[in-house]
Write a protein of this length. Structure first.
Length: 199
């Protein structure tokens, strides 16, 4: 993910409008710094400013997808659920239209719903991801990350009263952990709903 963010920042330097280009780069870099420091609210605020500047600056659909993706994640962490959902879906649409990595936004949408216990919505994305990951051979690229995904998918299916479908997923996740007992997942888990505003 960090490589994608660095590529976006560099690519924005080639946008059409130099003022908006510079502003988008400045706000996106501030967003990455805030996110990496765990300040997701500040990250969301900076991304909200980066997005319109990137649009006016002539950013490509792929570049815009990264910004919407990160805005959606930050929004979900601070419990701005409507913005999270809309932004992640927009990132997915942009990736679908530009042959981008659709699994990233699909995973975040699934996990956002999962963390909110909206299992019916999570299942929609997890089922699609499972089929995609099987074609991608995801268990080879990130076996322990894939095991985490299988666990979440299994919990989702159990919550929807489908234990027979969940059981082989749990068994496969356990097998991956036995095969790689000392490794760790290569992907980070977005901490959805952990920085909600005090009521």
């Amino acid at each position: 993910m960090k490589a994608m963010v660095v590529a976006l920042t560099c690519a924005l330097a080639g946008c059409a409008n130099p003022v908006n280009r510079s502003t988008a780069v400045r706000y996106s870099e501030a967003a990455w710094t805030a996110r990496d420091a765990g300040d997701w609210r500040r990250a969301q605020s900076n991304l909200a400013k980066a997005i319109p500047n990137a649009q006016v600056g002539g950013a490509t659909p792929r570049q815009m997808s990264v910004l919407y993706y990160e805005y959606g994640r930050a929004s979900g962490v601070i419990c701005d659920w409507e913005a999270a959902e809309q932004s992640l879906k927009r990132a997915l649409e942009l990736d679908q239209g530009s042959n981008g990595p659709v699994h990233l936004a699909q995973m975040e949408l699934g996990r956002m719903y999962f963390d909110r216990k909206d299992y019916a919505s999570a299942e929609h994305y997890f089922t699609s991801l499972y089929q995609l990951f099987e074609r991608m051979d995801a268990q080879t690229a990130d076996p322990l990350g894939y095991a985490v995904f299988l666990d979440e998918y299994a919990v989702t299916l159990e919550a929807l009263s489908r234990p027979a479908e969940a059981s082989p997923l749990k068994a496969r996740a356990d097998e991956l952990r036995r095969t790689f007992p000392t490794g760790q997942a290569r992907t980070d888990r977005t901490p959805y709903g952990t920085q909600c505003a005090a009521s």
